[in-house]
Design a protein around this ligand. Structure first.
Ligand code: ZN
Length: 692
């Protein structure tokens, strides 16, 4: 699981108090469409040993080699379209200042950002701002020099026709989610019912139901000769050419591993990439989760299933990182108390873990982002995703300190809080505590929330189906919300005083009810799991915020004298000067509501109550009030901020001696966005353009 944009900092970001030390690093980069590029600093890289630097470098290369896999997973035409667009971008000799060409540039930059032609977050297809005729002429223009032949009959409808592949991942209840999704996880003509039956049969036939493998995780399910069959992503199989390149760099990484245990982890991953065997994958994750000694760590492989409407097939991602020792002390404190948090949560004891263990938590420094973590990324990661591995071996949780830091630094004084926060005291509270409590909430979500609770015996971990991701994220968020206000954190020295948590409560409610809507197109519903989760929590709480019913007014409009007014709702949406604001009237009771919902969400998860999950998500997490939505969009537009952000990777510059041995590695931060994308397409082109 990952936290994509959990914090307000990522969405629009808070106005942080000016930092004491001057920092002339350029965090903010290029801006286009709804996107803002940022850069992150690899704090502490210089202090690593040469061996550790070399390990980071090899793992970074491995993290970049799977880029093409993700592009193809996101849609079967993506690699072809990328090649076509990039060739025009570099070789076009026509008027590069024309409106069409400018619109073309923006389109390409968006496609790069999304690793395909659909929005990275909303998953709707981009509508080009240039004409079909322009693209035809541009192809003729470059063809003179290239003799390129792109099949325009095939590719043009994919780009221009809004009815062709309109969504990458369709989550609309009641539709065939596979046939209506452009993602390339299922072959042509495979229906949702067929895929569900196929994997149900695999599960039923599996000899060890207590320890189920991640069915279907690393393959495309296709129809061949009327039969369903899996084309496995492995060396020698589908995506084999890319996987071989990844293996090459992993083998080099193995030679400079910090410990034998780490070398064994990498070796097991290589074995999995070679065989595609999902039992080997589980073995690998168990080794990986137990390997916590080294400074350097990584994620590499088929990891998150958000892009598959059925939540089975995992997108490829890569990530090289190392420990942020200072910040890790914070999360180690929380992890050491995991059992206390479990025991004291408002959840039914039957759903609690009696032995909370194996939760390791650390703050890390991102060194290179790849695949589904690039350029749009997570600020926290909790893996592995296998429920039984998590239950028996624990999970590894990280928060990515230097990314959060970059979001915050890039967001100084942009007017957002002034526009959306109800009053000055609340704003002051957010300015004072917002960053700290965002970090803490992330820590609680990752270190404790995802790791808490247990399924009742015999409950299928996939029983919540399409609602599983949203319920899981809600569970972790609620765990964090409930505990960020706890005296325990004060006693542990993690919060400075009893006021701090209010910043998180206000930001969370404001985000869930209002400000996250800036990411939704007018008329659309909420699709993405993390957004659904936030909307669900905030709207459920709003719906349960009335403490008692106000007495009816007498017919003549006079109030009965002497009768006390009932208390205001715990939290409400109010209008002031025609603008809607969140007002929180009772913070302690808001905490109680978060606790109540946590108990219910944990029950749903533990019992595998699909119907309750669907009701909760569909009632509170999907629909958008069109009037409020329009208002939020208008107010947000006036601020002229980009709702989505992503990162340009640093470059690692390797110095070698005459024999070719690495003598030093340094970090460079000055690469332009388009340059980086073109370089990646050239140097990490690991797959053919067609992978059918
Ligand atoms: Zn999460």
């Amino acid at each position: 699981m990952n936290i994509k944009s959990l914090t307000l900092a990522m969405l629009i970001t808070t106005t942080v108090a000016a930092s004491a030390q001057a920092d002339d690093f350029q965090y903010a980069g290029e801006r286009f469409a709804d996107l803002q590029m940022l850069r992150y600093q690899v704090h502490g890289f210089d202090q690593l040993s040469l061996r550790q630097k070399t390990l980071v470098y090899y793992l970074s290369e491995a993290a970049l080699c799977g880029r093409d896999i993700l592009w193809d997973q996101n849609g079967r035409y993506n690699l072809r379209i990328r090649k076509m667009l990039e060739t025009i971008y570099t070789d076009y000799t026509g008027d590069r200042t024309s409106a069409d060409f400018r619109a073309f540039e923006v389109y390409l930059k968006r496609v790069w950002f999304s690793n395909g032609i659909h929005h990275h977050y909303g998953s709707e297809k981009f509508q080009p701002g240039f004409s079909e005729q322009f693209l035809r002429n541009a192809l003729i223009n470059i063809d003179a020099t290239h003799k390129l032949s792109f099949n325009t009959d095939e590719l043009f409808p994919v780009i221009f026709d809004p009815t062709v592949m309109p969504k990458r991942t369709n989550q609309a209840d009641g539709q065939d989610l596979i046939l209506t999704s452009a993602a390339n996880y299922y072959g042509q003509g495979v229906t949702q019912a067929e895929a569900e039956a196929f994997y149900q049969a695999q599960k039923d036939a599996y000899p060890n139901p207590e320890q189920p493998i991640m069915f279907g995780m690393n393959s495309r399910l296709v129809k061949a000769g009327g039969q369903l069959t899996e084309r496995v992503w492995r060396s020698g199989g589908l995506y084999g050419a890319a996987i071989d390149r990844i293996i090459y760099w992993l083998q080099k990484a193995q030679t400079v591993a910090e410990t034998d245990a780490q070398a064994a982890v990498i070796g097991k991953l290589i074995e999995f990439y070679r065989t595609g065997d999902l039992n080997t994958f589980d073995d690998y994750t168990i080794l990986w989760v137990n390997d916590t000694q080294g400074m350097v760590d990584f994620v590499n492989g088929f990891t998150e299933s958000y892009g598959d409407p059925l939540g089975l097939k995992a997108s490829w991602e890569g990530f090289a990182n190392f420990k942020d020792l200072e910040a890790t002390r914070r999360t180690e404190k929380l992890s050491a108390e995991a059992q206390w948090f479990e025991d004291n949560s408002p959840v039914d004891p039957r759903f609690k873990k009696s032995n909370c263990r194996g939760i390791t938590a650390k703050v890390i420094v991102a060194a290179t982002l790849g695949g589904d973590l690039y350029p749009s990324t997570a600020i926290g990661i909790n893996l592995p995703n296998s429920n039984w591995v998590r239950a028996q071996h624990g999970s590894k949780s990280v928060t990515i300190g230097n990314l959060t830091d970059a979001y915050n630094k890039a967001a100084h004084g942009n007017g957002f809080l002034e526009e959306f926060v109800i009053d000055e005291p609340t704003r002051e509270n957010i300015n004072k505590y917002g960053d700290l409590c965002d970090d803490l909430h992330t820590d609680l979500h990752e270190c404790l929330g995802h790791g808490s609770g247990q399924l009742l015996p015999g409950v299928d971990p996939d029983s919540l189906k399409a609602y599983g991701s949203t319920i899981e994220e809600a569970r972790a968020d609620l765990f964090g919300l409930y505990y960020v206000a706890d005296d325990k954190l004060l006693q542990m020295g993690l919060t400075p005083d009893a006021e701090a948590y209010k910043s998180q409560y206000y930001e969370y409610m404001m985000n869930g009810l209002m400000t996250q809507l800036v990411r939704i197109q007018p008329g659309a519903t909420i699709e993405e799991a993390h957004m659904r989760n936030r909307a669900m929590i905030a709207h459920w709480v709003l719906d349960h915020a009335i403490i008692s019913i106000r007495p009816p007014m007498p017919e003549d409009g006079t109030r009965i004298m002497g009768q006390p007014l009932p208390p205001p709702p715990i939290v409400e949406l109010v209008k002031e000067n025609g603008k809607t604001y969140v007002r929180i009237n009772d913070y302690p009771r808001l905490r109680d509501l978060f606790g109540q919902l946590l108990a219910e969400v944990q029950r749903i998860k533990s019992e595998g109550d699909f119907k309750a999950a669907r009701d909760l998500v569909e009632t509170y997490g999907v629909n958008v009030d069109p009037q409020l939505h329009a208002e939020v969009l208008e107010r947000y537009k006036a601020l002229d901020l980009a709702p989505y952000k992503g990162f340009i990777n640093p470059e690692y510059v390797v110095t070698r001696d005459k024999e070719g041995n690495i003598t030093d590695i340094s970090v460079k931060y000055d690469e332009a966005y388009d340059h980086q994308m073109l370089r990646y397409s050239r140097d990490y082109k690991t797959l053919p353009l067609v992978n059918d």
